[in-house]
Ligand binder design. Structure first.
Ligand SMILES: NC(=O)C1=CN([C@@H]2O[C@H](COP(=O)(O)OP(=O)(O)OC[C@H]3O[C@@H](n4cnc5c(N)ncnc54)[C@H](O)[C@@H]3O)[C@@H](O)[C@H]2O)C=CC1
Ligand SMILES: O=C(O)CCC(=O)C(=O)O
Length: 366
């Protein structure tokens, strides 16, 4: 086990038989501040699969926090269960108690399979919850700024590819029409684009088709596997991670991959393969940082303008990473990783120079 978690500071297994909660919290690195990251709920096939996911996701959060320049570290949690049948107030309250037991080392909120309303129950047990609805003192649905950030990422990518950031007239293949993917699809169709969409949820597909009838762009539904070969300009993964892999890369006809899904590359080497194939990759943790920016900002007192400005900066960060990758002949993922690792290293030196006990410097509202 220690070999498996060797890059992480702490991993907590949470078991509450009375509510049925089985969860894992992983804290990857707290150099920049207390760990922050959402909670994913999935019917994982095994504990190993859940552990693998939470370890990868929490590491990604360390890089995402560094890339977005927020004073938090990398953490994430997963609940093993089916989000359509296994949710209950008791389950989220039990989860909240485990989060509280970490005494401010870990803050959490929504991710795939969970919604802001779920965390209203957890909030009764701990103040270390972010992204609950406004009426509960939170900053609301973090998928709104995440989707905005994806749109800035798409604009920057079009700018890098074609010298124009105009979204219209282009085509996009979107995988997953959940909280983030749906908003991205809606925005693109409203801009006059053609989108190919796929989801395992038929209701989400029906909704976007109905919505598109009122908008200038068009929507075409494709099968789960067909999305990889869709004749689109940009592939926009907004569901699971690991979708850019040995099998799918050969099928991609797109010029770029830019989406919200965490850990899109099965392994970092797939970023190099994309580069070799002439496909521009927008590193996921740079593109999808909008939600993180909002929930991190919430702890200083929510301010929508501040969040919007910081989310807009995703455009510039991405262009800077594309430039660096070109100049240094690195994949865009390698360029992004270097940028974030430098920031963390720099802060590590400052932390130890001043003191070991200055975090956290904000007061959390109760
Ligand atoms: N919600 C947020 O603010 C953020 C989300 N992300 C990432 O973005 C991705 C999407 O997140 P959310 O929209 O919040 O999740 P969600 O649970 O609201 O939506 C996910 C959607 O993907 C669909 N889906 C699942 N498996 C699929 C498959 N094999 N093929 C096609 N569709 C499939 C689901 O039916 C659902 O509609 C996740 O990887 C998440 O970690 C990243 C940063 C922030
Ligand atoms: O969006 C959130 O609520 C927290 C940030 C996060 O978990 C993520 O960016 O994956």
């Amino acid at each position: 086990m220690f070999e498996k978690i060797s890059q992480h500071e702490q991993v907590v297994f949470c078991n509450d038989p009375s509510s049925g909660l089985k969860a894992i919290i992983a804290i990857h690195n707290t150099t920049l501040g207390p760990a922050l990251g959402g909670c994913r709920m999935r019917p994982y096939k095994s504990t190993d699969e859940a552990l693998e996911d939470v370890l990868r996701l929490s590491k990604g959060m360390t890089y995402k926090c560094a890339g977005a320049d927020v004073d938090f570290g990398g953490g994430k949690s997963v609940i093993i269960g089916d989000p359509t049948t296994d949710k209950s107030p008791a389950l989220f309250r039990a989860f909240g108690q485990f989060v509280d037991s970490l005494n401010g080392r870990f803050y959490t909120g929504t991710d795939m399979g969970t919604t802001p309303d779920d965390f209203v129950h957890a909030l009764k047990e701990t103040s270390c919850i972010v992204g609950v609805p406004d009426e509960y003192g939170g900053s609301g649905d973090s998928s709104v700024p995440t989707a905005q950030g994806v749109i800035y990422g798409l604009r920057a990518t079009l700018q890098a590819l074609y010298g124009s950031e105009d979204l219209s007239g282009m085509s996009y293949s979107i995988q997953g029409l959940g909280k983030v993917g749906y908003k991205v699809a809606e925005h693109l169709v409203a801009a006059g684009a053609h989108v190919y969409v796929t989801d395992i949820n038929q209701e989400a597909l029906k909704n976007i088709v109905e919505q598109s009838e009122l908008l200038p762009g068009t929507v075409q539904i494709v099968g789960g596997n067909e999305i990889y070969g869709a004749d689109a300009d940009i592939f926009v993964p907004c569901a699971l991670g690991g979708v850019v892999n040995d099998e799918t890369i050969d099928r991609l006809k797109v010029k770029a991959v830019v989406g919200s899904a965490n850990n899109q590359l099965l392994e970092d080497k797939h970023g190099i393969y994309l580069q070799q194939k002439g496909i521009l990759y927008g590193p996921d943790y740079i593109v999808n940082a909008g939600g993180l920016i909002q929930v991190a900002d919430e702890l200083y007192g929510p301010n929508r303008d501040r969040v919007l400005n910081q989310t807009r900066a995703i455009y510039d960060s991405l262009l800077a990473i594309y430039k660096q990758s070109k100049e240094q002949n690195l994949s865009t993922m390698e360029a992004a990783n270097r940028f974030c690792e430098d920031r963390i290293e720099h802060r590590k030196r400052r932390n130890s120079f001043f003191s070991h006990d200055t975090r956290p410097k904000w007061k959390v509202r109760h």
